[in-house]
Design a protein around this ligand. Structure first.
Ligand SMILES: [Zn+2]
Ligand SMILES: [Zn+2]
Length: 402
């Protein structure tokens, strides 16, 4: 039995934390620190999301990945999210901890919908924007941490309060926002994008000291935000910027939603969710979803374009990648492994007459436990319905319990 008495008079009292359901996206240097603190204070439920596997370079900044057994995990290719979750279980058995190996966009919105608080511990701008957009639509407070803002001894924490507040894209300058949004919506020219993505994915030098400071600040601000009720209906975001070298400097700024940010369309906000506990993505087709959701004329609007068909210019091989367009751009031909591949069909929506409508939602490459958007009409302001494939979530819970 753990003794939480030293936390009782703090913002992290047991009454506050034991009921909290928290999602941490990213289990690198920052994510390790955030997860460690959440484990120590004993949040009720914790989901750790990361797509990568443990690597030797993680060790200098990752408190949860121990030297003693790391060779074994590197050899086995253990995902970071799974290893971090097993460490949480060892640190504090009171935390109901789970892991999800995948990208932000693979995380069904139904999974995020269950959270009270979301932490972004990502080093990739696109993934941070994807997560922020999902949190805005679901009205979830998001605490974003970033390292290496100006130099390796700097970082920033931002709280995005939810549906009434600003988002990650609101913080960006006009031009940067435009190109990020084009990329999010899959409209960007693929060639230019490949180059820029590679540049942006370049390794940012980070230190364990900054990771622990920024990670600690994220947890402090996030827990205070949800527990103080200050978060209710907050319309402003707040950022703390820290620099430790060459001068020690901390500044705080409040910011509003940018009037030019297009990610705040009221129709995209997910308020009323139709929960289909009787359906699973493996078996439910897009046509059935449409028939059971709209009387006629509706279509399934995809959150991001999906590359449905592709062709290799080198060997002529044709295939159905069924992946998000952003991910297709990193793919090679499955036949000859050449990189000169072209999209021949991209889907942004599916109506009942589409040849794709008879495919199951899983076969269409859509995440399990997702909340799908059905647009009832063809005008821009047509009403929408949000349908959660809740049967996937139940299957997930049952699998975790067994
Ligand atoms: Zn915005
Ligand atoms: Zn080929």
């Amino acid at each position: 039995m753990r003794d939480y008495s030293r936390l009782d008079a703090t913002a992290f009292s047991r009454a506050m934390t034991s009921e909290l359901h928290v999602v941490v996206v990213g289990a690198g240097a920052l994510g390790n620190e955030v997860v460690k603190n959440l484990a120590l204070i004993g949040v009720g439920r914790l989901l750790i999301v990361d797509r990568d596997r443990v690597e030797p370079s993680n060790l200098t900044r990752s408190v949860l990945f121990c030297v003693s057994d790391i060779d074994e995990h590197i050899a086995r290719g253990t995902p970071k999210a799974e290893l971090a979750a097993s460490r949480v279980a060892a640190l504090n058995a009171d935390v109901d901890v789970h892991s999800h190996v995948g990208e932000v966009a693979d995380l069904g919105m139904g999974i995020l919908r269950q959270a009270d608080l979301v932490f972004s511990c990502l080093d990739n701008e696109m993934a941070r924007l994807e997560l922020s957009w999902a949190c805005t639509r679901l009205d979830k407070p998001l605490v974003d941490g970033g390292l290496g803002l100006i130099n390796p001894s700097s970082g920033m924490v931002s709280v995005f309060p939810g549906v009434d507040g600003p988002c990650y894209a609101c913080r960006k300058g006009g031009e940067r926002r435009r190109s990020l949004l084009q990329e999010l919506q899959g409209r960007e020219d693929p060639c230019g994008l490949k180059e820029r993505t590679q540049q942006r994915d370049a390794v940012i030098p980070t230190t364990p000291t900054m990771a622990s400071m920024i990670g600690a600040l994220q947890v402090e601000m996030g827990i205070r935000h949800v527990c103080s009720n200050a978060g209710a209906a907050a319309s402003a975001g707040v950022s703390h910027r820290i620099t430790l070298h060459p001068q020690v400097h901390l500044d705080t700024l409040r910011f509003e939603r940018s009037p030019n940010c297009p990610l705040h369309d009221p129709e995209s906000v997910i308020r009323d969710v139709c929960q289909r506990t009787d359906r699973s993505s493996e078996a439910w087709t897009a046509a059935q979803l449409l028939a059971e959701t709209s009387d006629a004329g509706g279509f399934l609007s995809l959150d991001w374009p999906i590359t449905a068909r592709a062709m290799c210019r080198q060997c002529g091989h044709e295939w159905e990648p069924m992946v998000r367009r952003a991910r297709f751009r990193k793919q090679v031909c499955p036949h000859c492994e050449g990189g000169d591949v072209a999209e021949t069909e991209v889907l942004t929506g599916i109506d009942a007459s589409s040849s794709w409508a008879e495919r199951s939602l899983a076969d269409l490459g859509l995440p399990l436990g997702h909340i799908h958007e059905v647009v009832l009409g063809s005008t821009a302001d047509a009403p929408r319905r949000h349908v959660e494939v809740s049967g996937d979530l139940r299957a997930r819970r049952e699998a975790a319990a067994s």
